[in-house]
Design a protein around this ligand. Structure first.
Ligand code: HEC
Ligand code: HEC
Length: 599
């Protein structure tokens, strides 16, 4: 249970609602996968927990308490209060708060003044985008600038010509170290400086950003080794003729340009070695990467932290942590070794199908990307672009099938639902490092083994992870059902593991339809006594009710369609929260698919 006292903000600004103890009731919403181990009492307070998760995940709190039913209102407002109290202790470094104090202290009224006032570090590392798919226009001569500072924890973007869309707008992205979430904001500057108008700062993660950056927000930056439309678009390749002409036009205007003039070290872009690091620097072991790759590596690191946090927040993380860690860098081999025999038998085919689907989506994405690169004037590149895209496929399979989280948003590519995680060879794989820290916090042996990992000792690290994983997932001594084939109704329901667990031997088609993550919100109120009972976590029952249950607007499916639409006004669902378009659409599609399913 998530008793109020456990939610108290801690000194460090985190919210002390830790997952070990959340484990108790997260599973109850989807009966099939919980062994008796998890079947504990449910209480109203699970609503607090779910809403808290949502709020943290969305990074965005809707101030619509007033609309909520009384019980719900108390909960939401309580959470708002707590979140407010838990002001995150920002790590040192230039961040959004610093930028805001610049704005007020220095009376900044234009984009130009703002850029000039940024610290040198923020102005010395940047990528230049000459063909942007964002809200800010770009051209060869007037590219979109992405200032990513020392480590991309705070990013500022702008462009250079009044003719471009988004010319008066500065976009920012900040990585919040406490929540491991990205925060987007937009600053709209007035038409004329020195007027009465002031810069308008958007709310946190505005809906218009979510369209491309998702909710929770994520960075968007093409993946290795190709960034079509950003100078240096091919990793360590010669610039194309078009890039060369474009860059020299930009560099000619840069020193005297009111905005670009503030960029430090623009010469870096004039040096061909920047994009093709010389044999000398490579030989000397100087880790110089071209700007696009630098940004990709930095964003990849932060995204890895954010993904690790998503995993750790799941109630099933404790059981699957050894498997997840072992699969994070592909050095420990196959999933089969992490699962007890019986469990593996139920999952094998699911994994095969999953890997096939992933490969197909990634091939499609690689093709589109290659086409973009070709159309921006460069030479064509091989469609697979050197992708080792399936690197995380086993880990993603466990995340989806066992932890019930969608991995669609993990990519840095604009195309959601693709899974290219290619990184250049790095000394440490960021996702593995972050998971290692999480697992080692509770099992020091893991840290020691990972440090002294050598090939000569038969890799005790991997063997240890495998042994611990199988033990954690094996049936418990007390005769309680062990784990627990991963949730058949999870996003991976399509993998069909369900058919093998006894109780679900006749798994109906409805149960095999992928469940969108946002469905958990509906469960959190409608299966806890807070709202009218509706069986959102039971696809079979829900399907029946969708078709026959009478409601104000027809049957339940029609009622839900209405409640999800803007037309519902104060009756809009989920009560008190605004879904992103993508989440709403995934819910609509899910309910429609159930209503049309075979049972
Ligand atoms: C139409 C899609 C789209 C929308 C909407 C959008 N962006 Fe982006 N954004 C992109 C793309 C694509 C990139 C990668 C660079 C490029 O192509 O310009 C990007 C890059 C960024 C970056 C640089 C860091 C990164 O993720 O690569 C920031 C900061 C950013 N966007 C902020 C915002 C903010 C703030 C909003 C909302 C006001 C927003 N974006 C809305 C598509 C979008
Ligand atoms: C914060 C709590 C909360 C959440 C989250 C929530 N609901 Fe509700 N819902 C309510 C309450 C309270 C009512 C009853 C008041 C009303 O009818 O507006 C209700 C009523 C409904 C009704 C009408 C029931 C009927 O038979 O007349 C539907 C349909 C519904 N919700 C669907 C959903 C869906 C779909 C979701 C998930 C996207 C969802 N709700 C999320 C609290 C919630």
């Amino acid at each position: 249970m998530c008793a109020t006292s456990r939610l108290a903000p801690r000194k460090d600004g985190k919210i002390a609602c830790d997952y070990t103890w959340l484990t108790d009731n997260m599973f109850t919403g989807s009966g099939a996968r919980c062994g008796s181990r998890f079947a504990k009492q449910q209480s109203l307070t699970s609503v607090q927990r779910d809403l808290l998760n949502t709020i943290l995940e969305a990074g965005q709190v809707m101030r619509r308490c007033a609309l909520a039913a009384a019980a719900v209102r108390r909960t939401l407002c309580l959470l708002l209060g707590l979140l407010g109290a838990a002001a995150p202790g920002q790590a040192a470094g230039f961040n959004f708060a610093s930028l805001q104090s610049l704005l007020s202290r220095q009376d900044i009224e234009s984009v130009e003044e703002l850029i000039a006032a940024l610290p040198a570090a923020q102005r010395s590392r940047y990528a230049l985008v000459f063909e942007s798919r964002s809200l800010q226009g770009a051209s060869l001569e007037n590219p979109r600038v992405i200032l990513y500072g020392a480590d991309a924890r705070f990013i500022v973007t702008y462009n250079g010509s009044p003719a471009q869309r988004g010319f008066r707008v500065v976009e920012t992205m900040e990585f919040d170290d406490d929540s491991k979430e990205f925060r987007l904001r937009e600053l709209l500057f007035p038409e004329r400086a020195a007027g009465v108008d002031k810069v308008v700062v958007s709310e946190l993660n505005p809906a218009r950003c979510a369209r491309c950056h998702g909710a929770p927000a994520r960075p968007v930056w093409d993946t290795f080794p190709l960034w079509p439309g950003a100078y240096g678009e091919r990793y360590r390749a010669r610039l194309s003729a078009r890039e060369r002409t474009g860059l020299s036009a930009f560099l000619a205007l840069q020193p005297t340009h009111p905005r670009y003039g503030q960029l430090l070290g623009a010469k870096r872009f004039a040096d061909p070695q920047t994009f093709r690091s010389s044999a000398l620097t490579q030989y000397a072991g100087i880790p110089e990467e071209p700007p696009n790759a630098e940004l990709a590596i930095d964003l990849g690191r932060l995204q890895a932290q954010s993904i690790a946090r998503q995993l750790v927040r799941q109630p099933a993380f404790d059981l699957y942590r050894y498997a997840l860690l072992g699969l994070a860098d592909n050095a420990c081999g196959r999933l089969a070794d992490f699962y007890p025999e019986a469990l593996w038998r139920t999952q094998r085919h699911g994994l095969e199908r999953f890997a096939r689907d992933t490969a197909a989506t990634n091939a499609r994405q690689a093709q589109l990307k290659a086409a973009r690169a070709a159309s921006s004037g460069g030479a064509a590149v091989a469609a697979d672009g050197g992708t080792s895209g399936n690197a995380l496929v086993q880990l993603r399979f466990v995340a989806e099938s066992a932890l019930g989280i969608s991995t669609q948003n993990w990519t840095l590519a604009l195309e959601k639902g693709t899974y290219d995680f290619t990184m250049p060879p790095l000394p440490a794989q960021p996702l593995r490092e972050t998971l290692l820290a999480e697992v080692a916090a509770r099992d020091a042996a893991v840290r020691d083994l990972s440090l002294y990992r050598t090939s000569s000792d038969g890799d005790r690290y991997c063997s240890y992870l495998k042994r611990r994983s199988r033990a954690a997932l094996a049936p418990a001594e007390d005769g309680a059902q062990g784990v627990i084939a991963p949730d058949p109704a999870s996003p991976l329901g399509r993998a069909g593991g369900a058919a093998t667990t006894g109780a679900l031997a006749n798994a109906p088609a409805a149960a095999s339809i992928t469940r969108p993550a946002a469905l958990q919100l509906c469960v959190s109120c409608h299966e806890t006594g807070v709202a009218p009972q509706l069986p959102f976590s039971d696809p079979t029952q829900l399907t029946r009710q969708l078709r026959v249950r009478p409601s104000a607007h027809g049957t339940l499916i029609e009622e839900i369609r209405f409640r999800l639409s803007a037309a519902a006004g104060a009756q809009h669902m989920p009560l008190g929260l605004n879904l992103s378009d993508a989440d709403r659409e995934s819910l609509e599609a899910y309910f429609a698919a159930l209503a049309a399913s075979s049972n």
